[in-house]
Design a protein. Structure first.
Lengths: 372, 372
């Protein structure tokens, strides 16, 4: 079902890159002197197919899910933190809330796989679901909470699959539906984020399988484990791959066997952005694993992605190598949630504003380069 | 006179770094997981001496000046562009206007050495001067224009000094006065910017002398000269240094003999920010040359500086090496005007908002790291 939908993804309009370049070269600055900001503007023109893209609302979609593999002791934090942090998101106190406000972006928190029923918590706003009919949630202070729970925590990948194939497809579909719904509400830039204790473990496992690199080369210390725990984490990832034998040529199989619900949601958002011709800003390691799933399903998604930053997590580099996309920021971040993406959104938007708002040489009466 | 004033510059309050670290570690995120954003917050606490610094108004001070050395054919653009771009700044159409609006910062354009009398131009707003009495200009649409003209273009450094020593000191004093005046009006973050056709030539000359590196190693292609013109530019810089024999141990001598008025103004802003205990975001190559002047006059200025980005201009790296400061962004920028600084201001501010606004583990009821 997912494969049928993603067949509709089109390549970006490369002819528009020349139109965009001509405008950039007419602006009152030396040619190419705004470097990557100019790249961002050109990519936005190509993605949207509009010679002068509008800058509408921005949204960060942060998926939360639990992981059976947490039982193997791969994380520095207890599993309850997934639930606690979702409540922190809803109350506006987490890093992603602060940085989204700073960037002028809304946050949509999606319970796609948390091992907890939030309907029993006091103070949680009325729950909403997002479906293909486009019903979506709007919460307080720029934060919406959506529950589209596919699973109450994944299976422990060290001993079995994370999800069934049907659940994996369902996670992807939820991500695509969310993009469709928000794009229909005037959102023109999306970003991905994650919350899930132990989720660097399935992410590194996915990156290992889809990049062909050994687990030890794409595994990091997550939220802060020590050297012994790190070696254990690598062994758990090796075991998960050996036991489940995911097919590297079938990304949905990889997602189901060694992935996670939030990683599937992220892949779905990326596929959905490509389907809807809107840009998607990909956050750190976990979003990078989702990006590799989306890229493996449909390589054309690459043209719709911006890689927000270069994470401290060493596996992240393999994502950038595999997709050929260069990260925008390098600030030693490793929080996730979409925090790096929120920061990068401001820079991408800066590129668009340069493109739209700067005066041309003619308008400003500024002399051009000698011989130009 | 400048030396007497800068003697009052104090070291930042390093004890406050621990207070700031303790707060950062109490916030709902793994320790150090927001990387350089956390560094920025700590540095702002140490600079201001406040345990919880306020985030007030931001201003980018863009100095404009002409350069006699333009007659040597070192730039791709004609000299008239300095004047034309100042008018573009005043009318809000330049790159710095767009990016300052994006960052929520005001722009102050200072004619410190343009070879043109702007009072004869139609459409230029009422002129203001900034003096030690704190009278400052406020212009339309977030852009103010100040005229504190020290010189109508510098001397040609290939054949003589740029400025007299008195003029060089006067440029520095103007920068310090501007900071004092705007800090008194509630501005809590400053950035430096420049406009001046041919000004990468004196900037590379300054960097060569103060870093001890050969001219060829710190010279770039500026606004876009070809290989022949580049080799000529290197020879002009070598000639300027050989002819003027600036004393590397006397930064004001270096500024006077091979510098420029806007570079002196930038150095003055940096010294002024250190005097007033406010942060200063240093833009690209020309601002970097000003930063080396300020750093050579008083090394304690280093603690008040943020290096905005890593310019395409190769001489910029020598500035970062000499000061030991790591640039924040790397976006292939080479426009100047303060454009890179405007972008970096948003990231520094993001660090401060994380520090001020995130919930603590206790406030949010989130479990801490196992064993923490």
């Amino acid at each position: 079902m997912v494969k049928d939908t993603v067949n509709k993804i089109q390549s970006v309009d490369a002819a528009l890159l020349q139109t965009a370049q001509a405008r950039l070269d007419s602006l009152t600055k030396p040619k190419d002197s705004l470097g990557r900001l100019e790249e961002f503007a050109k990519q936005l023109v190509a993605i949207t197919g509009q010679a002068m893209p509008v800058t509408g609302k921005k949204v960060i979609v942060t998926f939360a899910g639990d992981h059976g593999v947490a039982a193997e002791g791969v994380s520095a934090f207890p599993k309850e933190v997934t639930r606690e942090m979702v409540l922190n998101f809803i109350n506006g106190g987490a890093g992603i809330n602060v940085l989204a406000r700073h960037a002028g972006a809304d946050v949509v928190v999606v319970d796609i796989g948390v091992d907890h029923d939030f309907t029993t918590d006091p103070g949680v706003p009325a729950l909403h679901t997002c479906d293909s009919g486009g019903r979506i949630g709007f919460g307080k202070g720029g934060t919406a909470f959506i529950t589209n729970k596919v699973v109450r925590g994944t299976g422990n990948i060290a001993r079995g699959p994370a999800l069934t194939r049907q659940q994996a497809e369902q996670c992807i579909q939820i991500g695509m539906d969310i993009v469709k719904a928000y794009a229909g509400q005037g959102y023109t830039m999306f970003a991905t984020g994650d919350m899930g204790i132990a989720n660097t473990t399935p992410s590194s496992a996915i990156i290992s399988v889809l990049s062909g690199k050994p687990a030890a080369a794409v595994t990091g210390k997550g939220t802060g484990i020590d050297d012994d725990a790190f070696r254990h984490k690598v062994r758990v990832i090796e075991q998960a791959i050996a036991f489940n034998k995911p097919d590297p040529d079938d990304a949905i199989d990889v997602l189901a066997k060694i992935g996670g619900a939030e990683i599937g949601g992220i892949a779905g958002v990326i596929l959905g952005c490509a389907l809807n011709r809107v840009p998607v800003v990909v956050d750190g390691l976990i979003s990078g694993a989702g990006a590799l799933i989306a890229y493996s399903i449909e390589p054309r998604t690459k043209d719709y992605m911006f890689m927000a930053h270069n994470s401290v997590e060493q596996g992240h580099k393999a994502v950038h190598e595999k997709t050929g996309l260069k990260p925008i920021l390098d600030l030693n971040l490793r929080l996730g949630e979409g925090t790096g993406a929120a920061l990068a959104m401001q820079l991408i938007e800066a590129g668009m504003k340069i493109y739209r708002e700067m005066a041309t040489f003619g308008e400003a009466g500024v002399s051009e380069k000698a011989g130009a």
